[in-house]
Design a protein around this ligand. Structure first.
Ligand SMILES: [Cu+2]
Length: 264
């Protein structure tokens, strides 16, 4: 049984290099669509000004392997530099993040995690190594079926490859980076081969409250041997622990809309 699924995983993986993986190419908030970053922008003149962080080295729409989870690439993806635009939101608002290509690659399973870091000034010029992120949401193993388990990114795929993020209603107004991430675990039984797909987006939050985000460097989130990182999901039958820090207590937990719990 395992080897059948293994073969499928490897097949999906090779297919993935042609048409799979993904990035957030669109962000919707308060009924307004904002274009996200796309690595193809490096060929555009002028380069579009977007809130998503630039990752011109990510031309395969690929991932940061868990062998590199403590490198600067894990902060905002491979070789990331600041987004040049900023999306205005109010504290308590929601954002819908649209992954492309859609659907999110079949055969990729794993958690979806969201973080916020204050820029203490403009996020368009911030030094990413100074960012301290707090986890504001996580979705790990949602249901044990269908095999090999129904994870956050399966829910994302079933929701039209879209993920909803709730901005904590009481955070202090100011500029923040939303760090939205999928961890794909289909090959994570091989040490160093879990796949991180971090995406960073500049936000300017207004109408906030009094709560200050206290977080940590993304380079300290995950270790290569964490139980939620080095894991054989094709054999696993336990309680999945989403890696990284605990969810910040001032965040507000919500179900994703139109939840297809248990999958199809
Ligand atoms: Cu992939």
């Amino acid at each position: 049984m395992r080897y059948l699924y293994l073969a499928l995983a490897i097949l999906y993986t090779s297919v993935c290099y042609v048409a799979g993986h993904g990035i957030v190419t669109g962000i919707v908030t308060n009924g307004t669509y904002h274009r996200g970053y796309d690595p193809m922008f490096q060929h555009f003149v002028p380069i579009p000004q977007v809130s998503g962080w630039s990752t011109p080295e990510n031309t395969d729409y690929g991932f940061v392997p868990s062998s590199n989870f403590t490198s600067p690439d894990i902060i905002c993806h491979k070789g990331a530099t600041q987004g040049t635009g900023t999306i205005n939101v109010k504290a308590g608002d929601t954002l819908q993040l649209q992954w492309n290509p859609s659907p999110w690659t079949v055969g990729h399973h794993g958690p979806v995690i969201d973080y916020l870091a204050a820029c203490n000034g403009s996020c368009t010029t911030v030094d990413k190594s100074m960012l301290k992120f707090a986890k504001i949401a996580e979705s790990g193993l949602v249901a044990k079926t269908p095999f090999p388990g129904y994870y956050g990114c399966d829910l994302l795929r079933d929701n039209n490859s879209t993920w909803t993020v709730w901005i904590p209603p009481t955070i202090i107004s100011g500029e923040y980076i939303l760090r939205h991430e999928i961890l794909a675990l289909h090959l994570a039984w091989r040490r160093g081969e879990a796949q991180g797909y971090p995406q960073c987006i500049n936000l300017n939050v207004t109408d906030g409250g009094v709560d200050e985000i206290v977080g940590k460097s993304a380079q300290g989130f995950y270790q290569v041997d964490d139980p939620g990182v080095l894991i054989d999901i094709w054999q696993f039958n336990g309680t999945y622990v989403v890696p990284g820090p605990k969810v910040w207590e001032k965040s507000v937990a919500h179900e994703q809309p139109s939840v297809a719990s248990g999958g199809t």
